[in-house]
Design a protein around this ligand. Sequence first.
Ligand code: AMP
Ligand code: MG
Length: 414
Amino acid sequence: MIDPCSIETSPLLSVGGALAKIEADIQPVTATEQVVLKSALGRVLAEDIVSPINIPYDRNSAMDGYAISSRDINTNQPFTLSLAGTSWAGKPYRESLTSGQCVRIFTGAVVPNDADSVIIQEQVHSDGEIVVFPANVQAYRNIREAGEDVEQGSLLCRRQKKLTPTDIGLLAAAGIYDVPVRRKLNIAFFSTGDELISIGQRPEPGKIYDSNRYALAGLLTDPCYNAVDMGAIPDDRALLEDTFKQAAEYNDVIITTGGASVGDADYVKDILASCGEVNFWKIAIKPGKPLAFGKIGACYFFGLPGNPVAVVVTFQQIVAKALRQLSGAAVSKPLRLLATCTTTLKKAPGRQEFQRGILTQDENGNFFVASTGQQGSHILSSMSQGNCYIILSAECVGVSSGEKVLVEPFGTFL
Ligand code: AMP
Ligand code: MG
């Protein structure tokens, strides 16, 4: 679709189209390394891991009480059994139970052979070696079977999984000491622009603080990435070209911000074309239209826009997905849901928009979203105040209050 307010003469590549081109182009890293479990959090598993043991390892008690055999239960009236011993968590009672006996047992303790029921202690009176049970206690309760959670030889975690804290716990429960993971990605990132000064320097007319590198450093914080901050590079064609070429030799990915548009000092796309290949350099997204994707040698290149909101939007909607694929992780999709919009949203047709919103939920579970206000691609405070994107299709020509809109909470994946 052509945006009537735009200078474009031909239709721009859609966001979906750009993602499809990236997906077709990216070859995930294949090298693996063995890491100890403690260092595996957030890494991408290179192989399926099966359990070498049953979890639980033994049949054990789910409650504190008395282990008995169902054969000894008297259904009509209270009955007594003699106390044969105690099974503690970590110190099992090693004898078999004989008829007329019970064993004191605690949560997690191995259930003795020939016992098949645990009666909770609250139901029982004990008087020295004699234990009195009420009529009609229920057999076969409060026992956790061996392998009930995970059976020996069955799958613990599938390859391509980005390991979560609970995955690490599960692997530890199986006694797994180390796991094979894909190697980390080496990523170089830098800002471009003559106007940039670093935090710590005095503000001056015409200069701005380089905020993009700080936002990017945060966005690139991930156990799968070795991200190196290469600083801010002035708008100097030769210097930029040298920096790109050098960074491409040692990295899997280069990410730049600024200079990706069509101004006189915007060299990124031209340099990419002269020392590598440009796959695309503009897409129908707002904010973030000037977005260059290509390769220099074997290194993938993302030239993001300069405007701070556009950097975050294009990173989260495009680059993050590409990096995830490159890291070897399985595809995961951001959670998207419908919410009632409580404000009016302005929108021109032509580009898919990712406006910033504040998502709330009422006591009945209904979702509502309000605009954060000004949506300029330089209004970084909108991104900080918001907690979600309001996603408006390329065709959309605005939203009235009360309409349903598609919303993507920041940082929630399925
Ligand atoms: P450009 O794409 O280089 O034309 O930059 C577009 C806008 O983003 C300009 O207003 C720049 O000053 C601003 N900008 C570029 N780089 C940064 C940066 N690293 N931090 C904050 N703003 C930036
Ligand atoms: Mg610039």
